[in-house]
Ligand binder design. Structure first.
Ligand SMILES: C[S@@+](CC[C@H](N)C(=O)[O-])C[C@H]1O[C@@H](n2cnc3c(N)ncnc32)[C@H](O)[C@@H]1O
Length: 214
């Protein structure tokens, strides 16, 4: 069942998502349905999204929500664990990974503040599954001053993504951009209105082929 159908029929805890995100969820998360995996959502809200992932992804999904509000602990149920701490706290994130293992999926729906988005990404991306999915949503805040954003403002996560685009293509920049761990561990960057999806994976052999008959 699509995440959109589950959302529309939701009678459990409140979920708060933009409508146009649902096809993106299905495009990247459906490969995990009924497979054992760890899904980390940063920002629990009222708990409905944690239940949405559990319902959509099946009985082998371990959902881990993290949030700074201690009351979120009450959102725990079978398959859903909640840990209290900040997305920008490396020691806290390390403890969560120690307990649950490397995430296969990270969905950042936390503070939406630029420095927090970057801090979580910098810590979690290298430590997650080498074929995982890292999704940041509500990136419209990258254009808003009060979140540390602004159009073409240094430090906004949209500007960071622009640099990652160059790193992804570093092998083709004739030495101008040095390949990084990001270059070697990323298959794709998918950008939508307010959402960025980083698709991890290693390109084994980059080569341009010509196959066929004249
Ligand atoms: C937009 S709500 C999450 C909504 C929820 N994911 C949903 O879809 O229904 C944002 C959440 O992030 C939490 N939050 C804010 N700052 C945080 C931080 N530094 N670390 C972790 N969580 C944070 C808030 O307490 C709030 O519960």
């Amino acid at each position: 069942m699509s995440t959109w159908s589950i959302f529309l029929n939701n009678e459990k805890r409140i979920v708060h998502k933009w409508k146009h995100y649902f096809p993106i969820y299905d495009a990247f998360f459906s490969r995990y349905i009924n497979r054992p995996h760890m899904f980390m959502e940063i920002g629990c809200g009222q708990g409905g999204s944690l239940q949405l992932w559990k319902n959509a992804l099946g009985p082998h999904a371990q959902i881990v929500g993290i949030d700074i509000r201690p009351e979120c602990k009450k959102l725990e149920e079978d398959q859903i664990a909640v840990r209290i701490g900040s997305q920008a706290d490396d020691a806290f994130l390390a403890d969560v990974l120690e307990e649950f293992g490397s995430p296969d999926i990270v969905l950042d729906d936390g503070s939406h503040i630029m420095r927090d988005i970057y801090a979580s990404f910098a810590f979690l991306y290298p430590r997650m599954s080498p074929t995982g999915i890292y999704m940041v949503e509500d990136l419209h805040t990258a254009y808003w001053n009060e979140y540390g954003g602004g159009v073409r403002r240094e430090g906004s996560f949209i500007e960071t993504i622009k640099r990652f685009i160059d790193e992804l293509n570093a092998d083709h920049t004739r030495g101008v951009v040095a390949p990084t761990d990001f270059t070697r561990s990323t298959l794709g960057i998918h950008l939508y209105d307010s959402v960025c999806v980083f698709e991890k994976g290693r390109t084994l052999n980059k080569s341009a082929l010509k196959i066929g008959k004249l």
